[in-house]
Design a protein. Structure first.
Length: 375
């Protein structure tokens, strides 16, 4: 079932994702692609998103990776652990859609915290030292109108500890993904938690304060994960399969075509494949700041989906992402000239880059919708 009989697929396709579930997701459709096309699909697992993005965009060991919008934005902004010489932003492009994700904040089952407004000074909050989810926590505290210095911070050093910290009563609140392996396993043990209700419709002023701090967030009903989360308001977002601008356009075109046409064959082979379809891609393109790859654009034109509104957004998104990539390189060169050590351990470099961003680059944010184009 070769999607294009005249196209000669390369010998290999290199995919990298998080270990475990991420690898399983790629194999759930990659094995079918290999049978259909003869291409050898190489799947690697790596939990360190700095390495995954570096291997994709800078070292070019891989053709594709998938991640949630928050981690992609952290890479583009070279925040925290991404602030290294051979990491940070590069001309990243959307190849296809990956999934529709959801997340939120959870507390113990008998806690009095039901909405962000129940968070008060003295609340004990898990501070995940391994994670870049700082702006999301900033947003929640802005919704609650509580300052950072009014919170009791409980340091969490690895995934899984936050859940135990909450259910054992060492912490009151933590961020989490309802479908993460740690939370799925813990809930099977009947350890009771509940999810803080992020109902943006019931409290639009609070939700606006959140999004003023983290403009990459949208709110909606949690649709996947543990039973305690389903149907409650959390954060939702569409995640993409990502590649580089210079990835071969014919490869991306034919990969997009194959994924679109063969969705019925692989959609039930992994729960995360449910939203790996054309409809979710169209929904995601309405709001994302990430540009599409030219191969994906060509395919969407051919099936009549790509419009003038998409052209306008694409030009804006390309300019934004490529501007970040160029600015990071220029900033490093200037740091070298001033003999500033370019390393994430260097407070001087991190401050130099952050100041440069504020002075020279626009903020990354989601769009409300595509522009209205007169015909």
């Amino acid at each position: 079932m070769n999607p294009n009989k005249s196209y000669k697929w390369p010998a290999k396709l290199h995919l990298v994702s998080s270990r475990g579930a991420g690898e399983d997701i790629y194999r759930s459709w990659g094995d079918l692609l290999a049978v259909d096309t003869g291409i050898k699909v190489h799947v690697a697992g790596e939990d360190d998103d700095v390495d995954r993005f570096r291997w994709l965009g800078h070292i070019k060991l891989f053709d594709l990776t998938g991640d949630d919008g928050s981690k992609t934005s952290q890479m583009l902004m070279a925040n925290q652990h991404h602030c290294v010489r051979d990491g940070g932003p590069f001309p990243i492009r959307i190849a296809w859609v990956r999934s529709k994700g959801n997340a939120g904040f959870f507390t113990k089952g008998d806690s009095g915290i039901k909405t962000p407004r129940d968070i008060k000074p003295g609340t004990r909050f898990c501070r995940m030292t391994y994670s870049p989810k700082i702006r999301m926590i900033d947003g929640l505290l802005a919704w609650a109108k509580v300052r950072h210095d009014e919170i009791i911070w409980v340091d969490i050093n690895k995934p899984g500890e936050s859940y135990q910290s909450v259910v054992e009563g060492r912490s009151d609140l933590s961020f989490g993904f309802p479908n993460s392996p740690n939370i799925l396993a813990a809930e099977r043990k009947k350890q009771s938690i509940k999810w803080v209700d992020l109902n943006a419709e019931a409290d639009p002023e609070g939700a606006k304060r959140f999004r003023d701090r983290d403009p990459l967030i949208t709110f909606g009903l949690i649709h996947s994960g543990v039973d305690s989360a389903i149907g409650h308001w959390g954060t939702v977002g569409i995640n993409f399969e990502l590649t580089r601008k210079d990835t071969n356009a014919e490869l991306v075109y034919n990969l997009a075509k194959w994924l679109d046409e063969n969705y019925p064959r692989f959609k039930d082979k992994h729960p995360q494949n449910k939203f790996r379809n054309r409809q979710t891609l169209i929904e995601g393109l309405r709001h994302t700041y990430l540009p599409c790859h030219e191969g994906t654009i060509s395919y969407l034109r051919d099936i009549g989906i790509w419009t003038k509104a998409h052209d306008m957004r694409q030009a804006e998104n390309e300019s934004l992402v490529d501007q970040y990539a160029m600015a990071y390189q220029q900033c490093m060169w200037e740091a070298d000239r001033q003999k500033i050590w370019v390393a994430r351990e260097s407070e001087e470099w991190v401050k130099f880059w952050n100041d440069y961003k504020k002075s020279n680059l626009p903020e990354l944010k989601l769009f409300d919708d595509l522009p209205v184009v007169a015909v």
